[in-house]
Design a protein around this ligand. Structure first.
Ligand SMILES: [Zn+2]
Length: 230
């Protein structure tokens, strides 16, 4: 029987999923939201062909990191392997969100990274939003290409696919998914009217501690590497 704690995590996934749906970052049947089950090698993830408007906690799928379902009912999101790859590599990541939000996906199709165009990007995400190599959807390969593009950061664009973000909480991940779409829209707009200028590096150093303390969730093994060359 599900514990109260597990019930709470399911409700949290439902809330996060409905928030990104209400904000227009996903349409029915696309994107996915997951939460790690505390320190266990398990996660709660939205189901395959997720209908956000009617989503209930009973539909959230409880999975082991080896892919074994721990609950009966719906099939897990087809991108569960990508979520699991991120949790396995980042012990501090508690939540992962994947969207096909429009402006970010447009940039992913021209395979364009978003450079540091605003300071908040550095504070919340830890640097530019890099574009990944192309990875086949629904496979472990896409987990690997996502991790490579994430480096030490909290968000990346998946080539010809969309967005991946991870956070120390679901609230963080929701915030990052919204921020990526906002920045993609701003960058796209700026490209229409001129040449976007990048925030000078010397203005960013003072925010590094803020990012590291509040939002970073990259693995300890990366700590000594330079943030720009993870
Ligand atoms: Zn997708």
């Amino acid at each position: 029987m599900a514990s109260n704690k597990e019930d709470q995590l399911r409700m949290e996934v439902v809330k996060g999923a409905k928030t990104i749906y209400t904000k227009g970052l996903v349409e029915a049947g696309e994107g996915n939201v997951s939460l790690r089950n505390g320190k266990k090698e398990e996660l709660f993830i939205t189901p395959s062909f997720n209908q956000y408007d009617t989503l209930k906690k009973e539909e959230i799928v409880h999975l082991n990191f080896d892919g074994t379902p721990l609950s009966a009912g719906k099939l897990p999101s087809t991108e569960a392997k990508m979520h699991i790859a991120i949790y396995k590599s980042r012990s501090k990541a508690q939540a992962v969100i994947h969207t096909h939000s429009t402006f970010a996906t447009m940039l992913s199709i021209v395979q364009k990274s978003i450079p540091i165009i605003m300071e908040e990007m550095y504070i919340f995400l830890g640097g530019p939003i890099d574009i990944s190599e192309f990875g086949k959807a629904h496979t472990e390969e896409i987990g690997e290409v996502a991790l490579n593009a994430l480096g030490k950061k909290n968000a990346a664009l998946l080539a010809n696919h969309g967005v991946i973000v991870c956070g120390k909480s679901l609230d963080h991940a929701v915030k990052f998914a919204e921020l990526v779409e906002k920045l993609a829209k701003i960058y796209w707009g700026a490209l229409q009217i001129g040449e976007p200028k990048i925030v000078p590096e010397e203005h960013l150093e003072r925010f590094q501690k803020l990012f590291e303390t509040l939002f970073a969730n990259y693995p300890r093994s990366m700590r000594r590497k330079n943030i720009k060359n993870p």
